[in-house]
Design a protein around this ligand. Structure first.
Ligand SMILES: Cc1ncc(COP(=O)(O)O)c(C=O)c1O
Length: 311
């Protein structure tokens, strides 16, 4: 057997070894922070996987498919733009597989995120804090065009393996964990992979399930990971025909629920998780009965500045 075939086989074995640590997250019942007769709200605790966020699912699926297709290996860097969670997931999975990772990151990403990326050995290319992830995306594309042989450009905003990760894993988990009783799925839009992938599969499993997407209420918001689609670059994987309804969430509402959940449920969640719960509760307020499911994309570990402000 020639050496490169052996390395490829070893990589595929490594992928199989880490796969059980991606997905399979618990479904948490909101018992105390909000109560209404006839309504149940559940949240998937998505930080309980490799890399500590919902982004383990798309990052793993993107990397796995690129390795299988021969686009990514131990010599060719994975390259992408990310405001943090996807980058950390790529870096963690890259470390486990021995694959180099280069990330274009807006310089105002939190210190905790930068430390996590460095800890996993990622190479970071900083972009302006004024340009958000849109500018980071342009930088990644520029680096790729300059040196296409060095990089596999993962392009999470346009990569079908992003939403398909949720279509093939998260949605089935939700359906099973609610014993098919889910009536509403609610989640925020970032790359839009979580909303698009879960929604497409849930609608196939039960066409009556209502799909509600969430957005920040303005371009200047504090919901890390979310996009204000009216003013930002719309991700290529987004499908505007899916949502039955789209609601806007104010950052202060998200903070209110972060506090409430910390004090009544015993878990400390991120701002975007608080915003998802705010959206689920808005939906609950309009219903007499229902089983509403949302995602808690990550916990508060990377949000020291917000926690200092809140507590
Ligand atoms: C904290 C957080 N919340 C929500 C999202 C949005 O998820 P998606 O990109 O699947 O739309 C992200 C995405 O990066 C995120 O990091």
């Amino acid at each position: 057997m020639i050496v490169s075939e052996k390395t490829e086989e070893q990589l595929l074995e490594q992928i199989q070894r880490i796969e059980p640590f991606v997905g399979n997250t618990p479904l948490f019942p909101i018992n105390n922070a909000f109560q209404k007769p006839g309504i149940k709200i559940y949240a998937k605790l998505e930080w309980q996987q490799l890399g500590g966020s919902v982004k383990a699912r798309p990052a793993f699926n993107i990397m796995k498919n690129a390795i299988i297709n021969g686009q990514l290996n131990k010599e060719r860097h994975l390259l992408d733009a990310s405001s943090g969670n996807t980058a950390i997931a790529y870096a963690a999975i890259g470390a486990a597989l021995g694959i180099p990772v280069t990330i274009c990151l807006p310089e105002n990403a939190s210190e905790e995120r930068k430390i996590l990326l460095r800890a996993h050995g990622a190479h970071i290319v900083y972009t302006s804090k004024f340009g958000s992830t849109d500018e980071a995306q342009e930088k990644a594309l520029e680096l790729f065009n300059e040196n296409p042989d060095k990089y596999f450009y993962a392009d999470q905003y346009g990569n079908e393996n992003n939403w398909q990760a949720h279509y093939n894993t998260t949605a089935f988990e939700i359906f099973k964990q609610t014993e098919s009783r889910i009536s509403h799925f609610v989640t925020g839009l970032g790359t839009t992979g979580s909303f698009v992938g879960n929604s497409r599969r849930l609608k196939e499993l039960n066409p009556d399930i209502q799909l509600i997407s969430l957005e920040p209420d303005s371009a200047l918001h504090g919901l890390e990971g979310w996009k204000h689609l009216e003013t930002a670059k719309v991700p290529r994987i987004y499908d505007a025909t899916i949502a039955n309804e789209n609601l806007e969430i104010d950052t202060s509402e998200a903070y209110f629920w972060v506090k409430k959940v910390a004090q009544t449920e015993g878990i400390l969640i991120s701002p975007s998780a608080g915003a998802n719960l705010a959206g689920a509760i808005k939906v609950a307020q309009e219903l007499d009965e229902g089983v509403i499911v949302t995602l808690f994309p990550d916990n508060a570990d990377k949000y020291g500045e917000v926690l200092n402000q809140l507590f």
